[in-house]
Every structure is written in C-alpha cells, then in structure tokens.
Design a protein around this ligand. Structure first.
Ligand SMILES: Cc1cc2nc3c(=O)[nH]c(=O)nc-3n(C[C@H](O)[C@H](O)[C@H](O)COP(=O)(O)OP(=O)(O)OC[C@H]3O[C@@H](n4cnc5c(N)ncnc54)[C@H](O)[C@@H]3O)c2cc1C
Length: 382
C-alpha cells in the first residue's frame, strides 16, 4: 500500500494550488456576490491545461489519472467550489462524449472543450423530477431523419452560458427508463433556448438555470449512444462525478476548518483566545478527523477507478461521507465565528451556504444511501 502521491500528482497539486491561491481565492466572494460566470478564470483553466487535464493527448489533453484530478478538485474547491465545479462539469461531459460519442462527435467537441472554447452541460433534471430519472417528461419524436425535442429542464449548471447540451429525453414515455435517450444539442439550434436563471442560496456564478426545448429539431447524427440506451449511459458517469463532488466537499470543509482555526486563535473572550477552550478545540478535532477520513475514502475510490475496478459503492460512500461532513464542518466553523460568522464580513457565511448543495446534487444523500444499501445487499447476498 502506498499513500504517497506520485511526482506527477504532486506537480499537478502544486500547480493547481498556486493557481487557486493566487487567482481563484481573491475572486470567490465577488463571484458569489455578482452571480456572474467567471469567463476569465475559465479561460485561465484552459491555458493552464486544467480543463483538458484528464483528456487523452489524442484530443489535446494531458491524460492525467483520476487521482490527480481528485486532488485538483479539492485544491480548487478550497478556494472556490464554483470554479472547481465548472471544471468538473467540463471533465464529466468530456468523459460522456468520449465513452458514448461517434468519432465525428469526439473530433468535433473534445479538443474544443479542452481548449475552453465550448461549455457543455448535462440537462437531465426537470421541474417535476430529479432523483427519479425514469420519470422525465422531455420527449424526442422521430421526424424528418432526425428528432424533435420538447420539454423544459431546470437547475442546469452553466445553462445560461452553455454552447452544447447533453439532453436526457424519452423516445417513449411508456417504456420508463428503457425509453431514455441522450442527444447533443448545440447553442443556436432553433427551438433551443435558455429559460430563467435560478436564484440560488449558494454556488452562485455558474449560470445555473432552465433550458427550454420547443419543437427543437436535431439531425439523427446528434444521437449520443444508441436510442433507448440513455439511462445506462447517463448512470455510468455518476461514479466519477461523485468522486469529484466529494473532493469539492472536502476542499470546502478544509477551507472552513482553516478559517475557524485562524479565527479561534485571534478572537478573545473571558481574557483568553477562544481556541483555549476545550469546547472549541473538540470541534476543531472533529473537523480534522472527518476531513482526513473522507479524503482517504475519496482518494481510494479514485485509485480504484484508475485500476478499472467497479466503484459504485465506494464512490457513493465517499460522496455521502464528504457531503454530510462539509455541512457539519461549516456549521461548526460558523459557530466558532459567533456573530461575525453570521455576517458577510467573513467567508464562512458563504461557505455555510455553499455546503448545503453537497447533500443535494450529483444524487442526494438519501439516494447515496439507497445505492450503498443496494450494493451491500448484492455483495453480501450469499
Ligand atoms: C445548484 C444545483 C445545480 C444542479 N445542476 C444540475 C445539472 O447540471 N444538471 C442536472 O440535470 N441537474 C442538476 N441539478 C439537479 C440535481 O441533480 C437534483 O436536484 C437532484 O438530483 C435531486 O432531485 P430533486 O431536486 O428533483 O429532488 P427530488 O428527487 O424531488 O427529491 C426530493 C427529496 O426526496 C428525497 N427522496 C427522493 N426519492 C427518495 C427515496 N426513494 N427515498 C428516500 N428519499 C427520497 C430526496 O433525497 C430529496 O431529499 C442541480 C441542482 C442544484 C441545486
């Protein structure tokens, strides 16, 4: 067993950490406040090779492993979860096209995504359904050597700024999950438009919002994977997504703990720094123990992924641990700040708001428990 990073992983960690400290961290509060997508940081991530870090050299990337990417996710999230998540989305969509696309689709989109020239989103959630993917109502009807899409998607990260959407639609509602199919829809296609922007409590600045498909015709070659194979294909990207999202949660928890330690050492009450109180120290100790445990579970899941091993339970457990942890850590870190924690004078207020989403996106904590339990019952089925 080797718990050390390789030289290549350490180099990536150092490069991303420097970028995060110098260029992302100073912008985190402003991105939250203005709720504007940080186009300049997106371009910088492309210049630094961060957007294409796991993409194979064939498509202009550097072919880094999942462990390196997991480390990079944590480092970026320590400075801003918004910037980290924009990178995550780009990487997951590259994987999705790489795994399911035709050679023509891969050649057309992957190099451009690595260069930061195309923002691609996953449009699955709808006003009436999120966790229950089989319940989606967006339809795709065969017509004129192509498909006509109709429906509305909600809570789509980067909807307001996207160039390309992987749309989850059904070709036959009666078939449930068996009818689900994936389509590529480009910006500018008649009948495809962004709807309202979501008014979110946290993770602001990603242009999260609606996407509307109103008799939107697309040619047959925009099918991603086979017809009626969409459910299986969409589910396959979840494991990697859960590792990335878990790493963001750990990065955010780490940042919140650092803020709490800094504040506890300098704030005095009853004639001494509040850090002298065992009650405060115990909170810090719990934070550290939880962060280390979640980080290890995540790195192990990433390592297994690089070995080509199945990671359904591992990724769900890591995501669950990290998501529950970040909510606890930011709550306690805010408590340590007292009234200042409740004001916008300190970053912990933003971190507290941002933490909550980790129990919701990329599968809620309840869904992770369902996935874990289902796997457990299979594994110990006798
Ligand atoms: C900021 C943000 C960005 C997002 N970005 C995207 C995106 O880019 N693309 C996209 O497609 N979606 C995106 N989503 C949507 C997200 O994936 C969904 O919100 C999530 O899957 C949960 O779906 P829901 O909100 O419809 O909740 P529901 O599925 O309606 O669930 C409501 C509650 O019931 C619980 N629940 C549901 N079923 C069960 C069950 N069987 N047992 C126990 N409890 C259950 C859930 O855990 C939850 O607590 C985003 C959401 C947010 C908040």
């Amino acid at each position: 067993m080797n718990f050390e990073m390789t030289d290549a992983q350490r180099m990536i960690r150092d490069m991303v950490r420097e970028f995060a400290e110098k260029e992302i961290r100073p912008r985190a509060a402003e991105i939250d406040q203005t709720d504007e997508f940080p186009q300049d940081l997106y371009r910088r991530m492309a210049e630094l090779g961060i957007l294409g870090m796991t993409l194979s050299p064939e498509y202009g990337g550097s072919g880094a492993d999942t462990v390196s990417w997991a480390i990079a996710q944590e480092e970026m999230a320590r400075a801003s979860v918004v910037v980290a998540d924009i990178q995550l989305l780009n990487k997951l969509m590259q994987d999705m096209i790489l795994r399911n696309g035709t050679e023509a689709q891969k050649g057309k989109y992957l190099p451009a995504m690595g260069r930061g020239e195309k923002i691609c989103v996953i449009a699955q959630t709808e006003p009436g359904t999120g966790s229950d993917v089989a319940g989606i109502q967006t339809t795709a009807r065969l017509e004129r050597e192509g498909y006509v899409l109709n429906g509305t998607k909600r809570f789509i990260t980067c909807a307001m700024v996207c160039d390309l959407a992987v749309v989850v639609a059904t070709v036959d509602k009666a078939k449930g999950r068996q009818g689900i199919t994936l389509f590529l829809v480009e910006k500018g296609t008649p009948g495809f438009s962004p709807g309202s922007k979501e008014r979110l409590m946290g993770v602001r600045g990603m242009g999260t919002g609606e996407l509307v498909f109103d008799n939107c015709w697309i040619p047959r070659e925009n099918l991603l994977g086979g017809e009626c194979e969409g459910f299986k294909r969409a589910m396959m990207s979840l494991d990697t997504g859960r590792i990335g999202i878990g790493c963001q949660a750990v990065g955010l928890a780490q940042a919140a703990m650092e803020e709490a330690i800094r504040y506890a050492r300098q704030r005095t009450a009853f004639g001494q720094p509040i850090a002298s109180n065992q009650g405060i120290q115990f909170m810090l100790a719990e934070m550290s123990a939880g962060i280390e445990a979640a980080r290890l579970r995540l790195r192990h899941a990433a390592f297994l992924k690089d070995q080509g091993r199945p990671i359904i339970r591992e990724a769900a457990e890591a995501k669950l641990l990290a998501s529950e942890l970040v909510v606890r850590v930011t709550k306690d870190a805010l408590q340590i700040h007292g009234a200042y924690g409740y004001s916008k004078d300190f970053p912990i207020e933003r971190m507290y708001r941002e933490a909550k989403v980790y129990q919701i996106w990329e599968g809620t904590s309840e869904i992770q428990r369902m996935v874990i339990a289902r796997q457990l019952l299979k594994e110990y089925g006798g």
